[in-house]
Design a protein around this ligand. Structure first.
Ligand SMILES: [Zn+2]
Length: 409
């Protein structure tokens, strides 16, 4: 495989470190050999004979990781929204289209957090062969929820600890990358009551233990504080959404003990940006009776000590997964986050949370060469995230100005 030497005006490496100015990255056999100052990297053995990429005036970042998507679905109201009439072949086609537009946008890894029939598990295997282009896909397959519970159209129902164990055993032989459990109701299914838990601590603990037996972690959808409390106590690794809704509508229950428990257990917050960027009062009704609460979700998470555990995701559906870089830019502007922080939350931190290991999410020696060249200076212009010029995946050029470069047969 060809070696590549990238010279760039800026390197934001995904570890959260300060950007490197006048940087270079050397890639050989699909892996990063060195990344840092151009004066040090470009004199290394192999650098001179590598293919040279002059990216001065541009910014190098690791391929972005969106750890919460639904590639085989469209969202209510979007064109094609009619889950009931869709069949697995339609889900598969939509999923493939989605991983391709994501890759062209610089999102080189996606994790699907719930798909009807678990079509994503077969799609992932197809992508792993390298026969077709697309973002690397990790998949939970069908999610687990209660009878009549939130998002039952994306998974299978399990109502007791025993049924959760059974469902995970059935799922495990299809080799999911994690187990998704819907631990509270959700906003898109108002009848499910997003203010309350769907499972007890004991039920969730049984699921966590069963998943762990197969080497899988659990990610739990949690809008209500009651569900966050149960999930954290049960040993769930990733708390998705983390809205801290009180049992009573129109109230927030920002329980500091739950937040402290989450941090102490090393769990993570999967913060889906479209919902998180909405002011709390707009998201959950009138909060005028709680002037002590911040109006902003990020400020709330920061006060609770959870900001450092929060990786950023889109929770987008279908081809809208391509909007992730724009969401990152918008969140960074809204919350005044520097470039290195927002890239870390969709880079090294996301890879840690998803148990991808140290090979993904950063541009550091030994990591898989998923790399994006952005037009412009990301440090001073966050909207550069929306201008990917070149996308490399495992050291191979995968997209050029938004057009996929198809793998050789
Ligand atoms: Zn979701």
């Amino acid at each position: 495989m060809t070696a590549h030497l990238f010279r760039a005006g800026r390197l934001v490496d995904g570890t959260g470190s300060r950007p490197v100015l006048d940087a270079a990255v050397l890639v050989e056999s699909g892996r990063v050999v060195a990344a840092g100052r151009a004066s040090e990297v470009s004199v290394l053995p192999g650098a001179r004979d590598a293919q040279q990429w002059d990216c001065r005036g541009q910014t190098l970042i690791p391929g972005l990781i969106d750890g919460h998507v639904h590639v085989t679905q469209t969202r209510a109201g979007d064109p094609g929204w009619d889950v009931a009439s869709q069949v697995p072949s339609q889900h598969a086609a939509l999923g493939l289209a989605s991983v391709q537009v994501a890759l062209a946008a610089g999102v080189t890894t996606l994790r699907d957090a719930g798909a009807a029939g678990g079509v994503t598990l077969e799609l992932r295997r197809l992508l792993d062969t390298g026969l077709v282009a697309g973002a690397r896909l990790l998949a939970c397959g069908p999610l687990l929820t209660t009878t009549g519970g939130h998002a039952d159209y994306l998974g299978v129902t399990a109502d007791t600890a025993h049924e959760l164990r059974l469902a995970i055993r059935r799922l495990a032989h299809r080799r999911p990358d994690a187990v998704k459990i819907v631990a509270t109701g959700g906003s898109s299914d108002p009848h499910s009551n997003r203010h309350r838990a769907q499972y007890t601590v004991d039920e969730l603990a049984a699921a966590v233990a069963e998943a762990e037996r197969f080497g899988l972690h659990v990610v739990a959808h949690c809008n209500a504080t009651e569900g966050i409390r149960n999930a954290v106590a049960a040993g769930v690794r990733i708390i998705a959404h983390a809205n801290f809704l009180a049992a009573e509508s129109g109230h927030i229950d920002a329980d500091p003990d739950v937040a402290a428990d989450l941090v102490a257990r090393g769990a993570y917050v999967d913060l889906n940006l479209p919902a998180a960027m909405v002011p709390l009062a707009d998201y959950d009704g009138d909060l005028d009776d709680r002037p002590d609460l911040p109006v902003d979700r990020w400020e709330l998470l920061t006060r609770l000590g959870l900001a450092r555990r929060a990786f950023f995701t889109s929770d987008e559906h279908g081809p809208r997964v391509r909007e992730f870089p724009g969401l990152l830019a918008a969140a960074a502007k809204l919350w005044s986050l520097p470039a290195e922080d927002v890239v870390w939350r969709a880079g090294g931190l996301a890879a840690s949370a998803l148990e991808l290991g140290p090979d993904y999410g950063t541009l550091t020696p030994g990591s898989v060469a998923d790399l994006v060249v952005l037009d412009g200076d990301l440090v001073t212009d966050l909207s550069s995230l929306e201008r990917p010029h070149l996308v490399f995946q495992g050291g191979r050029l995968a997209a050029d100005r938004g057009r996929l470069v198809l793998p050789a047969p």
